[in-house]
Design a protein around this ligand. Structure first.
Ligand SMILES: *Cc1c(COP(=O)(O)O)cnc(C)c1O
Length: 641
């Protein structure tokens, strides 16, 4: 970056740099004062609220960072978007059926999310999808009694009975059969309870998709019925005079499918099954195409595994026209199209906000103007290199400096070079690297090998959060989420950094970022100032992260608030939830914190008896111990003195 760009840095440069327009879908922007904002459309116009205002509002209510923020408006907006876009595609294609969406609960089971989807979804008849008994129970509690419910997953007798009673109550509750063994129990229970079930069949699609979840489809997928099994089940239903229960055909190709052509191939296959079965006289009405609708995390509209080469309109159009075309030769009536789009519905709604606690810089601490006498010649050599770096010969300098550094380390191990000499030599080495990087910063077309140099000497920013608790997919499958500061965006971000979390695990880090130009292993950030908060946001992380997280190093749930933005730019806190306390986390591991306290007290009493501490100290220590048990697990800045 040239110094000119540095001096003229504007919020638009930040918008470009962090790629906000590309991945933000219009939901995020930057205010004139350099604060990241969320933008909500209202009939009277767009309303923008700085995230820092929400952070301050949360702090005022005693919800410190790290904080998981949910914006309810985004849930409503996504549900509206998917329903309206399908409606448009159906109209354009002159398709004779309609669209109904269901939200797959496993993507985000949190109460605030499900309550809002159930409440807002009524308008569109948007339903819920359950994949387990626990999920079914929460669906039944949240969905209104004529709501649409898709029951996937393994079903025991209790699951089936619950679903049957739900049908009797008026829910449109479909049992989607995933394996032949489920059918006899459904037949038996429905006969016994005298309730006619609604049945769907999950077919195995042989077309395989790319992306991170390729195993969901294909012959070896553990989900769904082979064609032979499908036919066997249909024959059984006919024998049992239950074929009129079979109204739905289901498939799920995988999640985050980046390539629209692969989606079309899968939909075509599913539609062929639908056409033939309908042709046989089976009263099918619904074609449920599962999930897969991708979120463009990177924002470059490509077939990269974390992007997608289509937008929502393309997706809707692809489904509608592929189904229509595939059914046409047999003159089959158009089904109601269903999708179970989870990721697309909830990704935007959640933002993880955390503060930076400290920074490690790979820079020299001090380099003396003149060198001490009688230094080892190798240290002298490094010093000369440091002094004489010239722009023209920099490609030779770096390998030479590394070589000298390594020789010095070897001689240190042999006892020839002292610790002080080594310290000086390391400062010199870092000084050389810093000079080289600043020479390069002014140059265009920086070669790849040199970019690597920048990464090797990038800062580490320590964040007050746990990757394992809050962003498990970044660790497990290399998922990338957009990360950026939520303020100071009118300032040039002159540092380059990776981010480390609070856990003592070298995997507890973020070192893969989305920048306008693509991906990067470092993130441009602003210089950290001890006395000021520096807050980063991780965006688009509303899908799959919350319940997959774990207690690594005993970092528990963060504080969570759900807000609703109003048309006058005020916001209401709809739901709030304090993060886990240390005591709660310990109880999850079957400790008993109150006996814990007693055990510790016994030790302290012993220390009083042995006159190691005074009675006064005893009280101080015990108070500290018991108060900390009720604290949250994250770094508490207020406690820092
Ligand atoms: C996980 C899952 C989904 C959700 O997929 P997304 O790609 O998140 O939309 C939908 N249906 C089934 C059966 C699933 O298992």
């Amino acid at each position: 970056m040239t110094s000119q760009a540095k001096n003229n840095w504007s919020i638009n440069d930040s918008i470009d740099l962090y790629g906000i327009k590309k991945w933000g879908q219009g939901n995020f922007s930057v205010s004139d004062t350099g604060d990241a904002t969320i933008t909500i459309p209202f009939p009277e116009g767009n309303v923008s609220v700085p995230l820092i205002d929400i952070v301050n509002g949360a702090r005022g209510r005693d919800y410190a960072l790290p904080l998981l923020l949910r914006v309810e408006n985004f849930l409503d907006a996504q549900i509206t978007l998917i329903n309206e876009t399908f409606r448009q595609a159906i109209k354009t294609a002159d398709y004779h059926g309609s669209y109904t969406g269901v939200f797959p609960v496993k993507v985000n089971q949190q109460c605030a999310v499900i309550e809002e989807i159930s409440r807002f979804g009524v308008k569109y008849g948007h339903g819920l999808e359950a994949g387990s008994k626990a999920e079914l129970l929460l669906c039944l509690a949240n969905l209104h009694t004529n709501g649409l419910l898709i029951c996937n997953g393994y079903k025991d007798q209790d699951y089936i009975d619950l679903g049957l009673w739900a049908t009797k109550l008026g829910y449109r509750c479909f049992f989607v059969i995933e394996s032949p063994s489920e059918l006899p129990l459904i037949i038996e229970r429905s006969r016994l309870l005298k309730i006619k079930p609604l049945i769907g069949l999950r077919i195995k699609i042989s077309a395989q998709v790319s992306g991170l979840w390729t195993e969901t489809s294909g012959d070896r997928s553990s989900f769904g019925l082979s064609t032979a099994q499908l036919i066997a089940i249909i024959d059984q239903l006919r024998d049992q005079k239950m074929i009129d229960s079979l109204q739905l055909l289901h498939c799920h190709l995988g999640s985050q499918i980046p390539d629209i052509n692969e989606i079309k191939v899968g939909v075509r296959e599913a539609s062929r099954f639908y056409a033939d079965l309908a042709d046989e006289g089976i009263p099918l009405k619904y074609l449920d195409l599962g999930g897969g609708l991708a979120v463009d995390y990177i924002g470059n509209q490509s077939d990269h595994s974390q992007s997608c080469n289509y937008n929502l309109s393309d997706y809707c159009e692809a489904l509608v026209t592929t189904i229509k075309e595939t059914l046409a030769p047999q003159g089959i009536e158009h089904p109601t199209i269903m999708t179970e789009s989870g990721r697309f519905t909830v990704a935007h709604t959640s933002i993880l906000l955390f503060d930076v606690l400290d920074v490690m810089r790979y820079e020299p601490i001090s380099i003396p103007e003149t060198l001490p006498q009688n230094l080892h010649p190798l240290v002298e050599k490094q010093y000369q290199l440091f002094r004489q770096i010239k722009e023209t010969e920099f490609t030779n300098v770096y390998p030479l400096a590394i070589d000298t550094r390594d020789q010095i380390r070897e001689l240190f191990r042999l006892g020839t070079i002292s610790t002080r000499e080594r310290a000086l030599a390391e400062n010199l080495f870092l000084g050389i690297a810093k000079k080289l990087i600043s020479i390069l910063d002014g140059q265009k077309d920086v070669p790849l090998s040199v970019l690597k140099l920048k990464q090797n000497f990038a800062d580490i920013y320590y964040g007050n959060f746990s990757v394992f608790q809050s962003l498990p997919d970044t660790w497990a499958i290399g998922q990338v989420f957009p990360v950026m500061p939520i303020h100071r965006l009118d300032e040039y971000p002159e540092r380059n950094a990776s981010i480390s979390d609070l856990t003592c695990d070298c995997d507890g880090k973020l070192d893969h970022f989305i920048l306008s130009g693509g991906e990067s292993s470092t993130l441009p950030l602003h210089p950290f100032k001890e006395q000021e908060n520096y807050i980063l946001g991780v965006f688009l992380m509303g899908a799959y992260q919350e319940t997959l997280g774990d207690l690594h190093n005993l970092f528990g749930d963060t504080n969570v608030i759900s807000v609703r933005i109003n048309s006058d730019a005020s916001f209401d806190v709809i739901k709030e939830q304090s993060g886990d306390t240390i005591s709660e986390v310990l109880q999850m591991l079957e400790y008993n914190p109150s006996s814990f306290f007693n055990d510790f007290r016994d030790k302290i009493e012993g220390a009083v008896k042995n006159q190691k501490i005074t009675i006064n100290d005893r009280q101080k220590i015990l108070n500290l111990f018991s108060e900390r048990l009720n604290d949250q697990t994250y770094f508490n800045k207020a406690q820092e003195i």
